[in-house]
Design a protein. Structure first.
Length: 233
C-alpha cells in the first residue's frame, strides 16, 4: 500500500472575542491510496473542520497535511486553488448545487470554470453510474434530495480527484435514501482508483468502509480497521 495522505499534529482554533475554541487538537493520521475511511463523531467533534482542512478550504493553525508528499498547508494561494479544483472532490451535506443551473451544468461547472472542454464520455458515464439519465435538463428544485446528492457526487468526480471528501453526505436524507446513496458511493469506490474520506455522526457507516476514525472534542479517540468479512456481514 502507498500512503497518499499524512496528517501530522494539525490544530485549528476559532477565536470568538476572549474565548478560544479548539476545533481540532493535535490530530495525526494517514490514509493509503485507495482506502475508504469514515470519520465518526458527535456534533461539534470537529469532523467538518478536519475535512475542510484536508480539502484546503480552511487553514490549520499548526501542523502539516502531506498529499502525495506535498505539504498543502505551505501552498501559495494559486497552487492551493489548483489543489482544491483538481485533486479534491467535495460532497456537502446540503448538496450546494447552483439553483439556476440544470443537472449537466451543475456537474460540469468545475470544468467550465477553468475554461476547459467537458469530456463528454466522462459526463455520460457519470450520468449513467449515478442514475441521472433522463434528468439532464432538470433544475435542482425539480429533483429529490437523493437525486440532488447524486448530482453533487457526479460534480465532485468530474475532475477525477485524488481524494473524494464527503461531509455527512447522507445527513440530510431519510434512512432509505441515505443507504442508497452510500451503496452508490461504495460501488463508485470499488470501480475507481479513488480514495474516499467521509464524515458521519452514525457509527453504522463503518459497515461500508475500511477504517473508522472516532473523533471527540477535536481529538482522535480510537481507530478501527475493518476486515472484508466483517463488512460483508
Ligand atoms: P456537526 O456534526 O454538528 O457538523 P462537527 O463534528 O462537524 O459537527 P465542527 O463543525 O468541525 O464539528 O465544529 C468543531 C467545533 O468548532 C465546534 O465546537 C464548533 O462550534 C466550532 N466551530 C466550527 N466552525 C466555527 C466557526 N466558524 N467559528 C467558531 N467556532 C466554530
Amino acid at each position: 500500500m502507498e500512503t497518499l495522505l499524512q496528517v501530522q499534529e494539525i490544530c485549528k482554533y476559532y477565536r470568538m472575542g476572549e474565548v478560544q475554541i479548539t476545533a481540532v487538537d493535535h490530530v495525526s493520521f494517514s490514509v493509503e491510496k485507495g482506502e475508504f475511511v469514515v470519520i465518526v463523531g458527535a456534533s461539534g467533534a470537529g469532523k467538518t473542520t478536519v475535512l475542510n482542512l484536508l480539502g484546503g478550504m480552511d487553514t490549520c493553525d499548526s501542523g502539516s497535511i502531506l498529499v502525495d508528499g506535498t505539504d498543502i498547508t505551505k501552498l501559495r494561494k494559486r497552487k492551493l486553488a489548483a489543489y482544491r479544483r483538481f485533486d479534491i472532490g467535495f460532497v456537502f451535506q446540503f448538496y450546494n448545487l447552483i439553483p439556476v443551473l440544470n443537472v449537466v451544468e451543475n456537474i460540469t461547472l468545475p470544468v467550465l470554470m477553468d475554461g476547459r472542454k467537458v469530456n463528454d464520455a466522462r459526463l455520460q458515464e457519470l450520468l449513467d453510474t449515478l442514475g441521472l439519465r433522463g434528468r439532464e435538463k432538470h433544475l435542482p428544485n425539480q429533483l429529490s434530495g437523493g437525486q440532488q446528492q447524486r448530482v453533487a457526487i457526479a460534480r465532485a468526480l468530474i475532475n477525477k480527484p485524488k481524494i473524494l471528501l464527503a461531509d455527512e453526505p447522507t445527513g440530510n436524507l431519510d434512512s432509505r435514501t441515505g443507504q442508497e446513496v452510500m451503496e452508490l458511493l461504495c460501488e463508485i469506490f470499488r470501480e475507481r482508483n479513488t480514495t474516499f474520506i467521509l464524515s458521519s455522526h452514525d457509527p453504522q457507516m463503518q459497515c461500508y468502509t475500511d477504517r473508522t476514525v472516532y473523533f471527540s472534542d477535536g481529538k482522535i479517540e480510537i481507530e478501527n480497521h475493518h476486515t472484508g468479512e466483517e463488512n460483508a456481514q
